[in-house]
Write a protein that binds this ligand. Structure first.
Ligand SMILES: [Zn+2]
Length: 212
């Protein structure tokens, strides 16, 4: 899967992994990532077009305290976050194509000092946030892309059922049956799933099966 630029300006203003430990202006922003910048920034005037970097399904549309108006788009195990937006132009569960307009850049949230787009990639096979993030390499294939991935049920913070997993990974509870079928599970969609059960998270589209 190719990673496209999320905006027409290709100049990265703050690189992935920038160590903010000694940067008083931004040192508080990335504590959970050991003070390292977990994505890349593009300085954009407020209201600039933000484009989908790859085909995917919208799994997050929210006003996050630090990241402000944020969109999350998933394909397989890869989640892209687009943060500090002034406007969100997509809906949860919507399928978007690479290059399509998804929002407008801005300066929302507490972890920003001037209008910019914070673009972040996460590999959902990992558990901890700081293990999930990786460096975006634009106009290249995403090397760690997998069509599906396994999620190990963790009920410690919140109880997981098929409805919750569908909302988390598809932005839409209706996908509960897709997860149920893929895993041949007998649980009802609202039953709490057993701790540590391994669940395959299917993709939002089905691969073409060639019959010979
Ligand atoms: Zn950033």
């Amino acid at each position: 899967m190719l990673l496209n630029y999320p905006c027409n300006n290709h100049t990265v203003s703050l690189d992935y992994g920038h160590d903010a430990t000694n940067d008083p202006l931004i040192s508080d922003f990335y504590k959970v990532f050991d003070n390292k910048h977990p994505g890349v920034d593009f300085d954009l005037l407020e209201g600039t077009d933000v484009l989908a970097s790859f085909d995917g399904i919208v799994v997050r549309c929210e006003n996050h305290k630090g990241m402000g108006n944020t969109i999350g788009i998933r394909n397989g195990n890869i989640l892209a976050l687009y943060a500090h937006l002034s406007e969100i132009l997509v809906k949860l569960g919507e399928k978007v194509k690479a290059g399509s307009l998804i929002g407008k850049s801005g300066n929302t949230g507490t972890a920003t000092t001037s209008p910019h787009l914070h673009f972040e990639l996460r590999d959902l096979r990992f558990k901890e946030l700081k293990e999930m993030v990786f460096k975006p390499e634009f106009e290249k294939e995403i090397q760690n892309y997998k069509f599906t991935f396994n999620y190990k049920v963790n009920n410690t913070s919140s109880k997981k059922n098929l409805v919750k997993l569908a909302t988390l990974y598809f932005g839409n509870p209706d996908y509960k049956f897709k997860i149920k079928d893929e895993n041949k599970l007998k649980f009802n969609t609202k039953d709490e799933l057993p701790q540590d059960l391994e669940v395959i998270i299917p993709n939002y589209w089905n691969p073409i099966i060639l019959r010979i």
